[in-house]
Design a protein around this ligand. Structure first.
Ligand code: MF3
Ligand code: CO
Length: 252
């Protein structure tokens, strides 16, 4: 069942989203060779609490951290750890903010120091894929229009779309209907309506789309060991077009 949100509810999610966007801005300033994802995770938890919010991922289905930190061939659900980031790594930081009961979800991938040309292309293509998906998030379109825009662009650049993890509705719960695959056929799936709030969060691989789960039961990584990246926004579908609730560019 898709839960439609009122304007007031979307406004509350926008506040959660602004806080989340400001956290990503801070992380961008912290990222450098030698920092650990454990330090970043602790920073995020404290920063959110200082701002009257909580990290929704902590305790979600037994997950232990405020953030997911997925390095290089890790696709998603990497654990924050005390091993320092190295020059040339890429690291995706994903988190869900709970502000007064309303959630926002956003992941961003950061290059550490100087990254390879291939890694930079992966980040550029993945971010552009997210925004091409968002462009399709308009009243009257269908979920499949978002999926198709992302898949066709990504594959035209020679990369592949992860199948095992998808975007989702979000509100008072992290995962609501509908599912938002980042691959699929145009004109298929649920119709987009005013007041729906979704995440779009393509995970894109340099090599094949296959993934395997680590022994920790959480961390997904590429089978071929090649790089994977992810960008994610939470957005509302409105009559005036998509409203990105976790937008970093609109922060002053
Ligand atoms: N932020 C993730 C998503 O996009 C949720 C991660 S689940 C967790 O759906 F348990 F790791 F937090
Ligand atoms: Co999500």
């Amino acid at each position: 069942m898709i839960i439609i949100k009122t304007k007031q509810e979307i406004e509350k999610m926008r506040e959660a989203g602004k806080l989340l966007a400001s956290v990503h801005r801070k992380i961008a300033d912290m990222i450098r060779p030698g920092i650990t994802t454990y330090e970043i995770d602790q920073f995020v938890e404290e920063y959110l609490e200082k701002h009257g919010a909580t990290a929704e991922q902590k305790g979600y289905m037994g997950y232990k951290y405020a953030t997911c930190a997925s390095i290089n061939d890790e696709i998603c659900h990497g654990f924050p750890r005390k091993e320092p980031l190295k020059n040339g790594d890429i690291v995706g930081i994903d988190m869900v903010v709970n502000l007064e009961g309303w959630l926002a979800d956003s992941a961003w991938t950061y290059g550490v120091g100087d990254i390879s040309q291939e890694a930079q292309k992966l980040l550029d293509v993945t971010k552009k894929a997210l925004y091409l998906g968002i462009e399709q998030a308009i009243v009257g379109n269908r979920i499949g229009d978002i999926s198709h825009a992302i898949q066709s662009y990504v594959e035209s650049k020679g990369f592949s779309v992860v199948r095992d993890f998808v975007g989702h509705g979000i509100g008072k719960n992290i995962h609501e209907d509908p599912q938002v695959p980042h691959f699929g056929r145009p004109g298929r799936g649920p119709r987009l309506m005013d007041g729906m709030v979704l995440t779009i969060e393509p995970m894109i691989n340099v090599g094949g789309h296959g993934c395997t789960i680590d022994d920790n039961g959480w961390t997904a990584r590429t089978i071929d060991g090649k790089l994977s990246a992810q960008y994610e926004h939470t957005l509302a579908i409105t009559k005036d077009g998509p409203m990105i609730l976790t937008d970093q560019d609109s922060l002053e």
